[in-house]
Design a protein around this ligand. Sequence first.
Ligand code: NAD
Length: 423
Amino acid sequence: MSNLSYIDDSNGAWQTYLAQVDRVAPYLDHLEEYIDTLKRPKRALIVDVPIVMDDGSIRHFEGYRVQHNLSRGPGKGGIRYHPDVDLNEVMGLSAWMTIKTAVMNLPFGGAKGGVRVDPRTLSARELERLTRRYTSEISHIIGPQKDIPAPDVGTNPRVMGWIMDTYSSGQGHTVMGVVTGKPIHLGGSLGRVKATGRGVFITGQQVAEKIQLPLKDAKVAVQGFGNVGSEAAYLFADAQSKIVAIQDHTGTVHNPEGMDVEALKLHLEQHQGVAGFAGAKEISNDEFWLVDMDILIPAALEGQITPERAQNLTAKLVLEGANGPTYPAAEDILLERGVTIVPDVICNAGGVTVSYFEWVQGMANFFWSEEEVNQRLDALMIKAIHDVWQTAEDKVCSLRTAAYILACDRILKARQDRGIFPG
Ligand code: NAD
């Protein structure tokens, strides 16, 4: 439960994160004395983002940047444009970044940002003005050695390019390292766009082998068909799994024989959503959760797997492409039912890992081939998931708690050794 005056005790991302931290506490030995440092963000900035709309009117949007923990290095985390963004959500997402960078042993802390806006309702010019004003408002706390944003839901490489340009204008010179996920011709890394979906597949492949679930003919259901969900689906289809159901913001499509993902890709280019895809039947959004499936990939938003949905889910393996898709009470039901959950903090860490590679390549001004990026990504993800699996076996706990044990040990040792200023 939160004891911060500016957060109410609702059922949001921050509360889910706090419940996860409480579960790891008994495993931390003497480091537990520092655990309060994880239960509050180091810094939370709320900004007003006024912009002139194309019709000459002025609208104000609410923006945030939260730096949850910087004990292990600069803040790292995406920027979300979505109408439901609020402080509670951004705090939860920033905290998961702290855990994620630590599980992957990347030299970063955790941060996240967001603007409460539906980007689909803005013109390209309005979106650019919003991005530039938001960047200007948070520019005093971001920077290549302070806090490095990246894309998340509703933002993309183009938005990252505007952030880089706006920040650079303020500094008087080009600062490539202030954001990752940039377009390739502006210092982006090859392999970054597909990295999160690739990481979902790699961790899924490793764990499927451990639980003896063959990927060939495995029935896979995917919620969210954006950056993360679509790439994960393509890779599972390549491995001869059957993509039996997909849900996005336009609806849900189902084909028990598996969908032709190439045809679906073409449909999406024309229709901006899965609804109406000829190679599958449309079902209701509620029916998605009851489909016969072996693997579920939630890759949309948090809070999707509720206790009611968990009760009836047929999946044997859940791969958390999204951040925070599973409520703690739903996780208990799934674990009780023998379902394996690969938690977000490792499952979707491919994106931040290649963001780290982008930051490193930018610092060195020396860029790698896509093959090299993918090889390094696969190696780090395979090592991390095996470490998490081993810890879960040693401590007899869930994969999520095991990931938190590894991460919290690294974060709290850093906190212990840095001490408290001024002492
Ligand atoms: P995106 O904007 O590219 O795609 C989001 C997808 O979710 C879209 O297909 C959209 O239609 C769908 N969606 C939105 N609302 C929905 C709803 N109510 N029901 C069903 N579907 C809905 O975003 P993304 O980058 O793919 O991110 C998806 C998730 O993965 C988020 O939780 C994000 O935090 C997480 N994530 C993303 C990255 C990354 O590198 N992009 C990295 C780590 C984690």
